[in-house]
Design a protein around this ligand. Structure first.
Ligand code: FES
Ligand SMILES: [Fe+2]
Length: 363
């Protein structure tokens, strides 16, 4: 029933969209590694939780819940000497693994003593210039940390734009394949009259990569002019989408590679941070970076405005529809999310319901 090719457009489950459930037990993009110097700490709100992300004197990244176990003060407002975080209110101290090491107000015979107290920690990972925090209660082996293929160390730049909407609207707004010629209209990139029919093969992600799908490797569309300009030839592109909210694009020509990583992190149910990181091994990168960074920012801002316009309309609770096949990925997103939530509730492994299919649309 849910196979989009046999489904003539149906009402989307915007209940889920309206709720914008923030999926736990997943890695979420917190901040780029270059924003966290040795001995520094930062406050991040991730999925409504206060998180302190820091980098110790040893260079290692750690994450603590950013509220003091004593009276809830933000620990990130305190001091960090590269080994211990000191709360600004009464000076309780915490090691980077969450151990409490000092409670200055306590006499030796009083409780609690530091050994009675522990700050909550979160698993954290630094990969390819990105810092990810695992938000959830899952024990045992954690899912793989999102990574781009082929050119992992060629980090070029990071751009973040806050969308004042829930995670679902941000994700489906960005993944939508049919808005380019309208939302991103520009002389360089897209024009309305460049719209043409496309057929793309999709397949489910291999099980070890989690829930998601892949647009199989294909030669990039002929109206993607910028690729040609910068990569010097017709690139082959592969795009994968990983639940909850990571999209990875890999383009390669005979000579060069380019990767884009887009990660949406729910800050609260009404606010989502969209991170975009680019990698490439094209020489002369400084010029390319000078062009691409503001362009990316502009693109994301166009997406942000498009999504907010949709959100404003949806506030009237209008009837809406999902069409074939341009809206199939949106439908998949909701299906996979429902499956992930059901699997968590039933304490079982999630099953990917997607089967290989070729989707056709005009864009
Ligand atoms: S609130 Fe942190 S030490 Fe009291
Ligand atoms: Fe877009």
């Amino acid at each position: 029933m849910d196979d989009a090719r046999h489904d003539k457009g149906s009402a989307p489950d915007y209940r889920l969209g309206a709720g914008g459930i923030m999926l736990s037990n997943a890695w979420y993009y917190a901040l780029p590694a270059h924003d966290l110097a040795q001995g520094a700490m930062r406050h991040c709100t991730l999925l409504g939780e206060p998180v302190l992300v820091g980098r110790g004197a040893d260079g290692k990244v750690f994450a603590l819940r950013d509220t003091c176990p004593h009276r809830g003060t933000l620990l990130s407002k305190g001091k960090f000497d590269g080994r211990e975080v000191e709360c600004p209110y009464h000076g309780w101290r915490f090691a980077t693994d969450g151990r409490c090491t000092a409670i200055p107000s306590q006499t030796a015979d009083q409780r609690p003593q530091p050994s009675d107290i522990r700050a909550v920690t979160f698993p954290v990972a630094e990969r390819q210039g990105n810092i990810w925090v695992f938000m959830g209660t899952q024990v045992g082996a954690l899912p793989p940390v999102p990574e781009v293929p082929a050119i992992g160390d060629r980090f070029q730049f990071h751009v973040a734009v806050a969308f004042d909407c829930n995670i679902d609207l941000a994700v489906i707004g960005l993944m939508d394949p049919a808005h380019g010629a309208f939302v991103h209209r520009s002389a360089l990139w897209r024009k309305e009259d460049s719209i043409h029919e496309k057929a793309k093969a999709f397949s489910p992600l291999p099980e070890k990569e989690g829930l998601g799908w892949r647009m199989d490797r294909h030669t990039a569309s002929r109206n993607s002019r910028a690729y040609r300009l910068f990569l010097g030839g017709a690139p082959e592109t592969e795009i994968s989408y990983h639940l909850p909210s990571v999209r990875i694009e890999h383009a390669r020509t005979p000579k060069y590679n380019y990767c884009g990583l887009t990660a949406c992190t729910p800050i609260t149910p009404e606010r989502t941070m969209v991170h975009h990181v680019m990698y490439w091994d094209v020489p002369g990168g400084m010029l390319l970076k000078a062009i691409m960074e503001p362009l990316t920012r502009r693109f994301l801002d166009q997406d942000r405005r498009a999504v907010l316009d949709m959100q404003e309309g949806l506030a009237f609770d209008p009837p809406t529809m999902l069409v074939q096949d341009a809206d199939t990925q949106t439908r998949w997103y909701y299906r996979l999310k429902r499956e992930a939530l059901a699997a968590q509730a039933e304490n079982r492994a999630a099953r990917n319901p997607i089967t290989p299919v070729t989707l056709r649309w005009r864009s």
